[in-house]
Design a protein around this ligand. Structure first.
Ligand code: UDP
Ligand code: MG
Length: 310
């Protein structure tokens, strides 16, 4: 029986797949003789020669398997496809660009094998080499999630993890269409050991995540795991009602005491614009939740496979 499955999503990673397979093989050789493992490459419709490279590796090593998507469905869908295909008693997910150091695999395997842990997760203890603006928004995101959601995301947490079969089954049983894997990992619970490591820069190739893609992903995560923005909207609405009521009382009293007529429409325009702006903003937040509900109710499959190895 396969002991360990390593799942890796790939999108246009022709420069990395070979190195990755070699690095994983070398790392797992250190985890002891007779360890039965497999690598499941999930090709997210690469437009370069990634799939050919993967097939070449699979042809000479039966432990290497692959799934290839019919179009680009994104990393979350790729992770799900990998988890479904993996046969191992333990399952690891990692990026193909060697930013998730394979030399940690034996240590992770030992921890899950010991029975004391259901999962071993990794986090970057530094964000060295990352653009400062990206780090700033990432920190903000983790702070918001920590305050408002019931899942506790760890700052710097990677999608690099090793899990027991039990935890994988729990993740696969979650039916949602909008999959925010970092949140799902935390939401299912189980005992998780954290390992920290220094940020490693991408070995080859280019990042597939632009700033705006990451930003949209963060908003997606917030909407998927907390309804706090809706409550914030209600609270602010109630607070502005209270303030306007107090202002009304103030104006009426002032009129009778001082006979002072209400002056000026500029202030009125400012107030109307401010309240109007808030309303549209909160309608937008409501819309985000509605859109998510709409996407969930469609129950579309998360990906289609064009070809795969047995
Ligand atoms: N990836 C994917 N589909 C996509 C974008 C990325 O499968 O649409 C994979 C990519 O090949 C890599 C992993 O997701 O293995 C992480 O991507 P990347 O290294 O570009 O992100 P970063 O590390 O810069 O956040
Ligand atoms: Mg990367």
């Amino acid at each position: 029986m396969t002991e360990l499955s390593v799942i890796t999503p790939c999108r246009n990673e022709e420069a990395c797949v070979e190195d990755f397979a070699q690095a994983v093989e070398a790392a797992l050789a250190k985890a002891g003789d007779g360890l039965e493992w497999e690598i499941v490459f999930v090709d997210d419709d690469s437009t370069d020669s990634t799939l050919e490279k993967i097939k070449a590796i699979a042809a000479r090593d039966a432990r290497v398997k692959y799934v290839s998507f019919s179009r680009n469905f994104g990393k979350e869908a790729a992770l799900l496809a990998g988890l479904r295909k993996a046969k191992g008693r333990f399952v690891a997910t990692m990026d193909v660009d060697l930013q998730d150091p394979p030399h940690l695999l034996p240590e992770m395997l030992e921890a899950v094998r010991s029975g004391g842990w259901d999962s071993v997760a990794t986090r970057r203890v530094s964000r060295k080499g990352e653009p400062p603006i990206r780090s700033f928004f990432a920190r903000m995101f983790y702070r918001i999630m920590a305050k408002f959601s019931d899942v506790e995301l760890v700052d710097g947490a990677r999608d690099y993890r090793m899990m027991t079969r039990r935890m994988v089954e729990a993740i696969l049983s979650m039916p949602e269409t909008c999959r925010f894997t970092k949140g799902i990992y935390q939401w299912v619970g189980f005992k998780t050991k954290w390992i920290g490591y220094e940020n490693v820069e991408r070995a080859k190739g280019e990042t597939k995540w632009s700033f705006w893609k990451l930003f949209a992903y963060a908003i997606d995560g917030i909407v998927a795991f907390t309804t706090a923005p809706l409550q914030v909207a209600s609270c602010l609405g109630a607070a502005s009602c209270l303030v306007s009521f107090a202002a009304m009382v103030f104006i009426v009293v002032r009129k009778f005491l001082c006979g002072d007529p209400v002056a000026g429409w500029p202030s009125l325009v400012c107030i109307i614009l401010f309240i109007g702006g808030l309303q549209i903003f909160f309608a937008g937040i409501l819309g985000a939740y509605l859109a998510k509900t709409y996407r969930e109710t469609k129950r579309r499959p998360l990906y289609f496979v064009r070809e795969e190895s047995l």
